[in-house]
Design a protein around this ligand. Structure first.
Ligand code: S3P
Length: 172
């Protein structure tokens, strides 16, 4: 049984790497945010705006728990905050589960998120300095949870393809 989880901050490449891994392994891949959007019939920003973050975190926890309880094998890209709420990090290891923390520097995350934040309500519209400070604070709070992953892969300066290959080496 194989469940492969990818975690890390927004912009670290979880979704892209999950897609590459799925092609290379023939395992199906899911993206927790996409599944939540499908289930709710709303985008993530709409869910945050309409029902608030706590509501989102409850949905996220429920869906993640359901997936981890299924007998299926898959690659799953978590949301950036998933490991840091509702004890979700406790499901990131154990029998048949291997998790990867895609670790990126504040600079890398800033450079990726400054142009790609419209679907990410927690960082949308932030100016450069404010965004950096926000990422730094979040990482300070979240690194503890990300570090519960089975393995850490540094992504700075690497293509998604290279990151996926490193993950495959660890899974072999
Ligand atoms: C969040 C990250 C997002 C999404 C939501 C909250 C976070 O996922 O789950 O906007 O708390 O870091 P991505 O990391 O896929 O953007």
């Amino acid at each position: 049984m194989k469940k492969v989880l990818l975690c890390g901050y927004m912009g670290c490449g979880k979704s892209t790497v999950a897609q590459i891994l799925s092609h290379k392994t023939d395992l199906p891949q899911f993206d927790l945010d996409d599944l939540i959007e499908k289930n709710e019939g709303m985008s993530i920003p709409e869910i945050f705006e309409k029902n608030g973050e706590v509501y989102f975190r409850k949905l996220e926890h429920r869906l993640f728990t359901q997936l981890m309880g299924s007998p299926d094998d898959f690659i799953l890209a978590l949301g950036g905050g998933t490991p840091a709420y509702a004890n979700n990090h406790l499901l990131m290891n154990g029998e048949g589960v291997t998790s990867f923390f895609l670790r990126a520097s504040i600079e890398t995350l800033h450079d990726r998120l400054i142009d790609e934040n419209e679907n990410r309500p927690l960082v949308a519209g932030k100016a450069s300095d404010e965004l950096k400070e926000h990422i730094a604070k979040h990482l300070f709070d979240r690194n503890y949870y990300y570090n519960q992953a089975t393995y850490t892969v540094v992504v700075d300066g690497k293509s998604a393809e290279q990151v996926a290959d490193e993950i495959l080496e660890k899974l072999a």
